[in-house]
Design a protein around this ligand. Structure first.
Ligand code: PHE
Length: 369
């Protein structure tokens, strides 16, 4: 068993299957968003929680945060968003499961949830990031995730094309949800040429607002562009899809973009630069942690988010020097930061010696929640 703790429970109020997966707390309390999504079976939701929580461990380690990886997945019965009363019930059910973990895990927003949902969860537990600012939280994480992605895209362009300038470069944004829409706005402002897609055709207006050409998800995935930006659900890069790609590089906020670890090798062989998602997507988590756990100023938090670009630059230069894929570099970073011992560490109490972060420096700020 790779995970420290996995709970799947049928919500007392909602009757819906809720999984909270805590992958690792060796670096600190586990953090990871609460996803509301339809799956064919609750076991599929459980599987996704296992994969997503493991990715959060890597995300925290690469970003040098004093946190471990966790995730919450609520398996919805169909694709429709729950009605307000049902939504409240299921968020209270989620809050009760998190409360039972007594600080080993804190949640935040993810696919299908936002800051207002965090306020409802907070009625049952205090272990919640990203409530609205008016409610005492750090607010919506999506603009910060997008800011981190933009810094990563500049790094990717510098590495692949020799200039960090985004003006005139072409991007295909796959997914115009909370984060994808912010990325479209930032890229448009930087003078980039955009195409975009979403399974939800109502988001065509978002594309139009930013001057992006609307295409089908399939055409977006295989578009001949400089950079593909996956900003929806994961698993889109597969042995079947990689041969059809026509982009030079891939970098985006979607979690778990590869269907399997080996797919990174296929991209590398094709000469497509894939920026590992756990490095690219960390901006929202970095901002929430900086503001709510470390009590930093907005300026310092923004600087940390911008650091996503520098972290990625270090990864890409190591990959180049060692003639390996960026994915391999990231795997090594994560393994090193978690240490050789895979037995269960003590929960974060401040008593154990501080772990080294991905850059080899030691960080263990006081945990306040
Ligand atoms: N869901 C986002 C992520 O996967 C953002 C997040 C912010 C999650 C804060 C938890 C806490 O990184």
């Amino acid at each position: 068993m790779e995970h420290e703790l996995v709970i799947t429970e049928r919500g007392r109020r909602s009757g819906l299957p809720i999984t909270v997966a805590v992958h690792a707390t060796g670096r600190g309390m586990a953090a990871g968003g609460c996803r509301l999504e339809h799956y064919p079976h609750w076991r599929d939701g459980l599987d996704d929680a296992l994969r997503l929580s493991a990715a959060m461990t890597g995300k925290c380690a690469v970003a040098g945060l004093p946190l471990g990886g966790g995730k919450t997945v609520v398996t919805l019965p169909d694709r429709r968003a729950p009605a307000p009363a049902a939504r409240r019930d299921l968020l209270h059910d989620v809050g009760d499961v998190i409360a039972s973990l007594d600080g080993r895990y804190a949640t935040g927003p993810d696919v299908g949830t936002g800051p207002d949902d965090m306020t409802v969860i907070a009625e049952r537990t205090r272990h919640v990031f990203c409530r609205p600012r008016s409610a005492g939280g750090s607010g919506d994480s999506s603009p910060h995730t997008a800011a981190g992605v933009l810094a990563a895209l500049r790094t990717v362009c510098a590495d692949r094309f020799g200039s960090a300038d985004l003006a005139g470069r072409s991007f295909a944004i796959l997914g115009l949800g909370r984060v994808g829409a912010h990325i479209a706005a930032l890229l448009a402002a930087a003078g980039a040429r955009l195409i975009a897609a979403d399974v939800d055709t109502a988001r065509r207006v978002v594309a139009a607002r930013h001057g992006a050409t609307w295409v089908s998800p399939r055409d977006c995935l295989t578009a001949a562009v400089d950079v593909l930006v996956p900003a929806a659900l994961g698993g889109l890069l597969t042995a079947a899809s990689v041969p059809a790609l026509r982009c030079a590089a891939i970098a985006g906020p979607a979690n778990n973009q590869l269907d399997a670890a080996g797919t990174a090798g296929l991209l590398h062989e094709r000469g497509i630069l894939w920026a590992p998602d756990i490095a690219v997507s960390a901006g929202g988590l970095i901002h929430a942690t900086a503001v709510e756990l470390l009590h930093e100023t907005p300026e310092r938090a923004a600087a940390r988010v911008h650091g996503v670009g520098d972290t990625l630059a270090a990864i890409l230069s190591t990959a180049r020097a060692d003639a390996v894929s960026p994915a391999t570099v990231v795997d090594q970073l994560v393994a090193r930061s978690l240490g050789p011992v895979r037995s269960r560490p003590e929960p974060a109490s401040g008593k154990s010696s501080p772990p080294a972060d991905a850059a080899g420096t030691v960080t263990r700020p006081a945990m306040t929640s």
